[in-house]
Structure formats: structure tokens, C-alpha cells
Ligand binder design. Structure first.
Ligand SMILES: [Zn+2]
Ligand SMILES: [Zn+2]
Length: 309
């Protein structure tokens, strides 16, 4: 089983449109890009986790064939399902009557929103939607998955994470995909000790007011402690909302003040705010070392491949 991070950015991608904050400027200078949420799992079947508006560029950028079997959608925000219509041409790559609709799985609230916008995709046989219930298992050839409920505010009532189980040559592996969220609703002990965890890290520091109901790295540390992943953690959906000290753009709407920023155990100045991939990875590693956290945490990058063994 292989995982490709197709998009590790927030709702409007990074750098954000015409934004001149220090984070976006630094990323532009380094040629870095974080596209909208989508991840590709490749085993016997190809399965997408979310399907954002950059999906066309993302799939063209991999050597994946046109046979996508299924999509798990985490919630009803644009950046997680707006690419569904872009998959229509996959049907057109097949001879008449040869195409099997792509199976789409989501909660009921998410289904209602998707159907309002893309109901015709079912009518044309491009997708086939199945509503899934939290804490129940579903089978998809060589993998099975269990959705669980997450809290991501009133505008995403259908928000869910997924525990995904699959076999490798050597054993069974468990991967947790949590998308945008702030809390888990009703902790299922079965979520403990996955092999791998994909978790949002929208800011480095938890803001004074978490209005968009996202996960900061600071808060994610509590969830990593709760999940206790056995192998690796991957940080995704990073944003540009941390205030970088001295940046005149800190006055703009999306910049948030940190409530009690992460700082070294000896209580010195807070850790610097990461502005690019390398700074993110360095700061995460410094925090892990300073606090002697035992986890392996990687800041995911677009088009990075992970092979599960
Ligand atoms: Zn999102
Ligand atoms: Zn969202």
C-alpha cells in the first residue's frame, strides 16, 4: 500500500492568492506550493481521501491511471469535495458501458451538500454515493475503514475522520486520517495506537480564538498523545494564519494571535513561526527533542510518496 500526499494546504492553497504575508512570500521565493486536500491510497484499488479543487493538476502530476475506485470525503467544505466534477472525464476514458461509477463515501450531512451541487454526477453514473455511519466498518477490496465523528464547527456538521485498515506483505496496518477538526466526538478506544496518523496542523500555535475550528500543532500534540501512533505522524493542511513577529501583515484578517505559544521547557522566548517546509520540519523536530516526545512527526509535502511496509 502506498500513500501520495496530493495536497497538504488549506482551503485556498498556499501561497494564498496575492498574499504578501511573510509566510506566503517565503514560500513563493522558495517555489513551494501546498495544494488543496487530497490523498491517494494505492493498493489493489486506488482510493482518494478527499477530492479538492486542485484534483486535476494533482492526478495529472502522478503516474496514476484513470481507474479510481473510491473516495472517502471528510466533510462538506469546498476544499474537500469540489474536485468531484473534474473526475467526470475518467468516465470518458472508457468504452461505452465499461465504466464502473466511483464509490463516494461520506456522512449524511456531507452527502446532502454534495448532492445539492453535484447530484448530476450520480445521474450520469460518474459516482455512486454511500452514506456511512460513525463507528461502523466498511469493506473496499483490500482495505476496510471505520468513520468516526469529529467537530469542525456548525458549517461542517458532517465532519468525520477515518480509521483505515489494510494488509502489507508483513502484517496488518492501521492508518488514521483526520481532516479539519478541533475535537473528536465520542472517543472510540479502537482509535488508539494506529500505525500512522495524518493530522491537520493549521497553525503552529493555538490561537486566542479558534473561530475556524481547526487544529493547531500545539493542540495536535494533545491528540497525538491520545492516539499514540506506533510509527509515524504526518502533518497536513497547514495554513498561513500564525502571526510572524515583525510582519506588517499581522493586521490582516486571517492572522491570529497565539493564546499561549509553544516555548522551550525552560520558559524562554516562544519557538519561531515556521514560514516554509524546512522551517516547519526543523521547528517540529526541535520541539520533539526539547520535550523528549517519542513520536516521529513529518511535515508532509505535496507529491510525497510513503510506502507502508
Ligand atoms: Zn479544509
Ligand atoms: Zn473544513
Amino acid at each position: 500500500m502506498q500513500l501520495t500526499f496530493l495536497g497538504t494546504g488549506p482551503a485556498w492553497g498556499l501561497p494564498e492568492l496575492l498574499c504578501s504575508c511573510q509566510i506566503c512570500q517565503t514560500m513563493r521565493r522558495k517555489g513551494e506550493k501546498r495544494r488543496r486536500s487530497s490523498f491517494l491510497l494505492k493498493g489493489e484499488e486506488k482510493v482518494l481521501l478527499d477530492c479538492g479543487p486542485d484534483i486535476k493538476e494533482q492526478l495529472e502530476g502522478t503516474r496514476v491511471g484513470p481507474d479510481i475506485r473510491a473516495i472517502l470525503i471528510s466533510h462538506e467544505h469546498n476544499d474537500h469535495y469540489m474536485g468531484l466534477d473534474d473526475l467526470f472525464p475518467l468516465k470518458r476514458t472508457k468504452a461505452r458501458d465499461e465504466f464502473q461509477p466511483i464509490e463516494v463515501f461520506s456522512s449524511e450531512s456531507t452527502y446532502i451538500e454534495i448532492n445539492r451541487r453535484f447530484g448530476y454526477l450520480e445521474e450520469f453514473g460518474v459516482i455512486k454515493h454511500t452514506i456511512v455511519e460513525p463507528n461502523r466498518w466498511y469493506e473496499l477490496r483490500d482495505l476496510s475503514f471505520m468513520p468516526f465523528k469529529t467537530f469542525h464547527g456548525d458549517s461542517a456538521k458532517g465532519s468525520m475522520g477515518f480509521l483505515i485498515q489494510f494488509s502489507t506483505k508483513s502484517s496488518q496496518r492501521r492508518l488514521i486520517y483526520t481532516s479539519d477538526f478541533m475535537e473528536i466526538v465520542g472517543w472510540d478506544p479502537g482509535l488508539k495506537n494506529p500505525d500512522y496518523l495524518i493530522i491537520q496542523s493549521f497553525w503552529l500555535n493555538e490561537p486566542v480564538q479558534n473561530r475556524p475550528k481547526h487544529m493547531s500543532f500545539q493542540r495536535a500534540l494533545e491528540y497525538i498523545r491520545l492516539f499514540e501512533p506506533q510509527r509515524s505522524v504526518f502533518l497536513v493542511h497547514m495554513g498561513d494564519g500564525d502571526s510572524v513577529p515583525g510582519d506588517p501583515q499581522n493586521r490582516i484578517l486571517k492572522k491570529y494571535e497565539a493564546k499561549d505559544p509553544l516555548r522551550p521547557p525552560k520558559g524562554n522566548a516562544p519557538y519561531p513561526i515556521p514560514r516554509c517546509q524546512q522551517e516547519w520540519q526543523e521547528i517540529v523536530e526541535t520541539i520533539l527533542e526539547d520535550y523528549r516526545f517519542p513520536w516521529r512527526i513529518y511535515v508532509a509535502q505535496d507529491f510525497q510518496d510513503i510506502s507502508f511496509i
